[in-house]
Design a protein around this ligand. Sequence first.
Ligand SMILES: [Zn+2]
Length: 687
Amino acid sequence: MKLETNFTERNELVDVRVDGAIFATGGGDLWTAWFSSPEVKAAATAEATRDGVLDAAVPNWPIEETVTDRMLLRVEASAAISFKHTETDAETVLLYGGIALGDEPGALDAEVRIAKRPDGSQAWSIRFANRSRTWALYKVAFPRLNRVTRDGEGDALLPRDDHGARLYRARRAQAEPEIVPYPAFHPMVCAFFQGDTGLYVAAEDPDARIKRLVIEGEQCIAFEAPVENAGRPGLAAEGPRFEVVLAPLKGDWWEAARRYRSFALRQKWAARGPIKDNPSYPRRLCQIPLWINIHAHPKEADAIRLRVKEAFPDFPTGIHWHLWQHSGHDENYPEYFPAQPGTAEVIARAKADDQEMLPYANGRLWTTSTGGYEVARPFATLNYDGTRRAEIYHPATPPLAAMCPCCEPWQRVVRRFTSRILDELGAGSIFLDQVGSMYAVECHDPSHNHATGGGAWWVDGYRQMLDPVRRDANSRGAFLVTEGSGEYCMDFVDGYMQLTDRTPRDVPFWKAVYTGYTSFFGSPENVIDDDDTSFRALQTRELFWGNALGWFLPEVLDCRSKCEILRQLCAFRQENLDALAYGTLLDELRPAEPIPPVQCAWHGRRPNFGLFDKGFELPPARTCEMPSVFGTWWRTDKGETVLLAANLSDEERTVRHIPCGAAPRPEGSPRLTLSLAPHELRRIPLR
Ligand SMILES: [Zn+2]
């Protein structure tokens, strides 16, 4: 496979080619940089009259600091007066000279380096030499790749919540730009395909710096990052300080995941190694196949858990417990204590019944209406405009401040309430919301213990805060889990709860990268409105992708047929923990001929009526076809390769398929035959 990048004499990108197939066409500016000056900032700060409250309750949570955008000077690559292009076997160097900043001519130069690696990939980086005394670098968009696949002419793997990515066949041009933030529950990876020829584009960043992927139009993509000490003259970093890697691919999205895996498992967040080799990893988390999500005070919680035990007597169950604290959901963070009377007793009784009560807490927010917030306010994140950042999640609850993870007093508060959850409640687990899902905030408070704006400090702060919490929990056999799937916290949390609605385009990207190194749970779905076939198909997909099931509301207990499906799937998981909990997801079942489909209509999560939402209108279902025989290949913790397969239909099925690792569909390649009874689940070793 050959990756080529071609430029004009003005250093504009002409195209990126993989084996002759053209990706990223049309020239345009290869980079954009934004600069700030103290004078402009002072004027804009005066304009910021309210306390940075952003509405975080809507699905596309806004992450733009609109006031900040207005105070920045935007500079494009084409503003350069001179260009120099040097090409060797080892690298391409593009020099942009004599760029004016404001009324200062020739104040800025830029240097792009494209290192050509022996494996055929390229590592792209950019740095600036800024001689201005007024304007400081704030953020950079680089590289900007224009029209990576044209309207409807290629497949796109794009980063998404929880499973990590979705695959968009023949992706059309998009009317609205998409902004994918990091750190958050997305990988900074995308891939594009024309047939089986692909281009991988990823920020391979060992320091998990703050950044975002912007996707617009015909898959025009750019990695945008604030720099360290953004906008501070004399202190701002010279560039974003991470590389974006372009690599040729042959095959499908699994190849993109395998390529990212070879980077990811060498990073600090994977340093604990595979679970199978790590005696300190809390096996209890791996052994819970099903989770229920409750909002209830102790008496009701105890009644629900007894019903859960009755419905699922044969394996441990996890119960994610909201409202054990004295106040309501989102109302009094982090002032959780005192707990509701009877909390510790419920946790103890659950333990005796082999159930795991998982107390909810939040690792990122402080409710601004609490008395404590007056003291905590200096440790909340500070917007560039000088306001503290607060977020609104529901009209019925007060704004919540996003706290800065680098502030030692906030770190102490989190360590204190988490240790009280273990000590005073006797819990065997802690849930810390948002740490692995919600995006980093560019904190600009110079009195905090970090470089302001961009950088690696967000994740470093969380590591400093939570590594002792995780170690303390593990030393007691307890586990610490968070929401989402932020890879960067894998060394300081034990696993991830995944609650977002599933779609037909999902692919198990994170699972193809990280199974065997951490744990994932959650397969939330509408147990009331989904038909049994749709429910079975989705739950089987989740199970075979490596998630423990559930995060259902207690209403599932009233759905007899759904419970029966869950009992069957959970029993199968318990027999195959060597693959599904401790093994590695390798590939999907690849049929030799088309398999008859089952029709699915998924309604997504139902709102929790007991919490906020009194009215409910059933949204349109996500409809799709799934192959009636569905399966995935795993390598077990003993090194065995196994196929886990299910018949999702009501009829017996026989299919022919290609063994794992065999070349995809060349004439004469081996075929295996598999016959399954209706609804049968089976494990088949590769011999
Ligand atoms: Zn800060």
